[in-house]
Design a protein around this ligand. Structure first.
Ligand SMILES: [Zn+2]
Length: 276
């Protein structure tokens, strides 16, 4: 699931027929950025209607996931720098049209570590772009990228919130969500509260883990600060245990390829049934 807004944007541009041959992506998180770019590469190459679950049934997406598709080359620094021969290898391999995919793609991580001769050797791709080659230069500091590359790329910024902030945010969402599920039974809480936040599957899983922990600590009588109000005080232990089973079921189903919407509806309906 793509989490960067700017990469979501270039995906939607692509579906409208617009794309650049080279992108310079400035990011504060190289790993997440690389994952998002791989999603982009799946979208532009997938022979089927690309969907989040495509990798389960489509060989091409599976190979991209595993970094095993010959037409996708990911370059990382070799020691302290990215060397000329690493880029010459890309040139050589991309001399021919891709066999299985629509595009040949290269991703250069820490692009600021290209020395001058390495950078010059990739300029050919940027100066005479071929229709079926798309490249990404990822960097944490675009000021360190040599200007001949900078001037020939579409520049985008992929910013990610750090995990600690994200986790705190998810705890807050979990607490509010649980209160809404239990307290206002008329509320279509998924449609009106949770789904509009367009969370990833992994984030929803974290929310349910948090709910699980809230229940456990309630049952054990060990409240965490901030959690006390989330679970109603008048629920009996037997009700809590039954709800805990629903939470556990929901958590284990997230792992499978079930629709998140259906799963959340199951959760809310079952939880409300029991607290009646
Ligand atoms: Zn696919």
């Amino acid at each position: 699931m793509v989490t960067s807004k700017s990469i979501k944007q270039i995906i939607s541009n692509f579906s409208n027929g617009k794309y650049s041959h080279a992108f310079l992506v400035e990011t504060n998180n190289l790993e997440k950025c690389l994952e998002d770019i791989k999603e982009y590469i799946k979208v532009i190459n997938c022979p089927y209607e690309y969907s989040e679950s495509c990798s389960r049934n489509c060989n091409l997406c599976k190979l991209i996931n595993l970094n095993n598709l010959p037409s996708v080359i990911i370059i990382k620094p070799d020691g302290m720098s990215i060397k000329k021969n690493q880029l010459l290898e890309v040139q050589e391999k991309f001399n021919t049209k891709p066999v299985y995919s629509k595009f040949n793609s290269y991703i250069i991580c820490n692009a600021e570590l290209m020395n001058e001769s390495a950078a010059n050797s990739i300029l050919k791709f940027l100066e005479e772009p071929e229709d079926n080659i798309i490249g990404f230069f990822i960097t944490e500091n675009k000021e360190q990228i040599i200007s001949t590359i900078k001037s020939r790329c579409e520049m985008i910024k992929a910013t990610y919130s750090d995990d600690k902030n994200e986790d705190e945010n998810l705890v807050e969402i979990a607490t509010t969500y649980l209160t809404k599920v239990l307290d206002d039974k008329r509320l279509a809480v998924n449609k009106e509260y949770l789904l509009p936040q367009s969370l990833t599957r992994a984030q929803i899983k974290k929310i349910f883990k948090q709910i699980f922990n809230t229940y456990l600590s309630y049952i054990n009588g060990n409240y965490f600060p901030g959690n006390i109000l989330a679970v109603k005080n008048n629920l009996s232990l037997s009700i809590l245990k039954q709800q805990l089973i629903i939470i556990t079921n929901t958590l284990s189903m997230i792992r499978f390829n079930v629709s998140i919407e259906l799963l959340l509806d199951y959760f809310v309906i079952e939880m409300r049934k029991i607290s009646d």
